[in-house]
Design a protein around this ligand. Structure first.
Ligand code: SAH
Ligand code: MG
Length: 215
């Protein structure tokens, strides 16, 4: 039988080192929400296309995505984490990855860390922290973007929950806190797409990825 192009499975070209595997297993067993594989494949492709010298990440967790991003082309990564346990693990993991000279981890709430990074220009900003604060992160840090810089936002579907807004009964079954995040994330979608100084596209990749390119 002839191979049909439609029969081909989409593949991504992720490769995983032993440290990657260790971090992924840790994340799964400890409920650390690291980026999903197809989202990571997209992020790595953006890095290959954009070739960022400096990347800013909001939400480091155990350093998994920071290590992956720095490993693509050796970009410098500044990454911000407010949870001390996560921060300490990220430091150890970055050491293990031999990337301490490339990855700067800042232990602070990202809404209070602007002064610590403001002397840098970033070609890529990856937003992957508290979902209710995305617009604040975006507005605070995008003045540091280079010309035609790119912002990637992860979890635009908030674990698939944004679409629950279409089903009022199901929506009501969630706690007030979760409902608040769902509404804020939906509002962020609208406001992000409406921004006139950025071109934004939402992709159904991973848990929803938005790519915004500064005009
Ligand atoms: N980017 C990581 C996963 C990050 S998970 C990866 O894909 O490997 C989100 C992290 O953001 C959590 O560790 C959480 O502690 C952190 N976080 C949430 N809100 C934050 C804030 N306001 N400032 C700094 N870190 C924050
Ligand atoms: Mg995420």
């Amino acid at each position: 039988m002839n191979a049909n192009i439609n029969d081909r499975k989409p593949t991504n070209d992720l490769t995983f080192s032993d440290l990657d595997k260790e971090l992924r297993e840790y994340a799964i067993s400890h409920d650390v929400p690291i980026i999903q594989d197809d989202g990571l494949a997209m992020l790595e492709s953006i890095i290959r296309i954009k070739r960022p010298k400096k990347i800013l990440e909001i939400g480091c967790a155990i350093g998994y995505s920071a290590i992956r991003m720095a490993s693509v082309l050796g970009s410098i990564v500044y990454t911000i984490e407010r949870n001390e346990e996560m921060y300490n693990q990220a430091i150890e993991n970055v050491k293990k990855a031999n990337l301490s000279d490339k990855i700067h981890i800042i232990f602070k709430d990202a809404l209070e860390a602007y002064d610590l990074v403001k002397d840098n220009t970033f070609d890529l900003i990856f937003i992957d922290a508290a979902k209710a604060q995305y617009m604040k992160f975006f507005n605070l840090y995008t003045p540091l973007l280079s010309t035609h810089g790119v912002v990637v936002c992860d979890n635009m579907e908030f674990h698939g929950l944004v679409e629950v807004l279409d089903n009022i009964e199901e929506y009501k079954s969630y706690s007030r806190g979760v409902r608040g995040i769902i509404r804020k994330m939906a509002k962020f979608h609208d406001e992000l797409l409406a921004k006139e100084d950025f071109d934004t596209t939402l992709f159904e990749v991973g848990d929803g990825i938005a790519i915004s390119v500064k005009k």
